[in-house]
Design a binder for this molecule. Structure first.
Ligand SMILES: [Zn+2]
Ligand SMILES: [Zn+2]
Length: 242
């Protein structure tokens, strides 16, 4: 059992959000009221990046800049109250990574081609400065949960949290457009273990997808190192802008 999982188990059995007692924990990690407040991405989603769309097909963001990753998957919609909840995972409430990681794994498994059986799982890293300030990388905790869930379902997985490095000196992404963000992200990430990726199907795990530029930049690196496919898994994605 890993340290994070042990720590979670030692915390007791209540809703991860409101603390209400749950008799069927960990089958359910949130109480009914809290789970009903989440906006799930389960009606129409983009065939490419996986974000919520109004109808079937490809979203407007992908139509203007097709991301480099093979396909994206997100169980939740980063909008309203749901985005506030997802943000809590980054702001101290790290045990939420377990629930959110499980939902991410479920969504991925339900939407991938059946012949895919073996994955290399890589979390999107934080810079050393950010990691020191927060104390943990939520993408790494999510990736650990995704790896455990996939293993339980009979998939062969390898998890490597040190393959990609995020260099500290980068401009803030918020005010940039997609091309600038992608260029920015490209210079921010460095792939240490190029050989590891050769011929592999990579699951790149992150917390939130907005433009998809981070996923796209990392996918470019991984595909450049010989990865067969790169799936981008995030907990939540912003909905299509219409
Ligand atoms: Zn609750
Ligand atoms: Zn899209």
């Amino acid at each position: 059992m890993n340290v994070f999982r042990k720590w979670i188990n030692d915390q007791g059995y209540g809703c991860e959000l409101c603390g209400a007692e749950l008799f069927d924990y960990p089958t359910h990690r949130l109480c009914k009221d809290c789970e009903e407040g989440l906006l799930f991405n389960d009606e129409f989603w983009c065939d490419k990046c996986g974000r919520k769309t109004k109808t079937s097909g490809v979203c407007v963001t992908c139509k203007s800049h097709l991301p480099k990753f093979t396909k994206g998957f997100s169980p939740l919609v980063y909008h309203g109250e749901t985005s506030a909840i997802v943000n809590r995972m980054k702001n101290g409430k790290r045990r939420l990574c377990l629930y959110l990681g499980e939902k991410t794994a479920e969504t991925f498994v339900s939407r991938i081609p059946k012949e895919e059986k073996e994955f290399l799982i890589l979390p999107v890293p934080l810079s050393k400065v950010r990691l020191q300030a927060r104390g943990y990388n939520q993408a790494e905790l999510l990736a650990e949960t995704v790896a455990e869930r996939l293993k339980e379902r009979g998939y062969t997985v390898t998890l490597d949290s040190a393959a990609i490095e995020r260099r500290s000196v980068v401009r803030a992404q918020k005010k940039l457009d997609f091309t600038e963000r992608e260029r920015n992200a490209k210079s921010a990430y460095h792939l240490h273990k190029r050989k590891l990726c050769e011929g592999k199907t990579v699951l790149l795990v992150d917390d939130i997808m907005t433009t998809g530029a981070t996923g796209s930049a990392c996918a470019r690196l991984l595909l450049g190192a010989g990865a067969k496919a790169v799936y981008f898994l995030t907990v939540a994605a912003t909905p299509e802008i219409t």
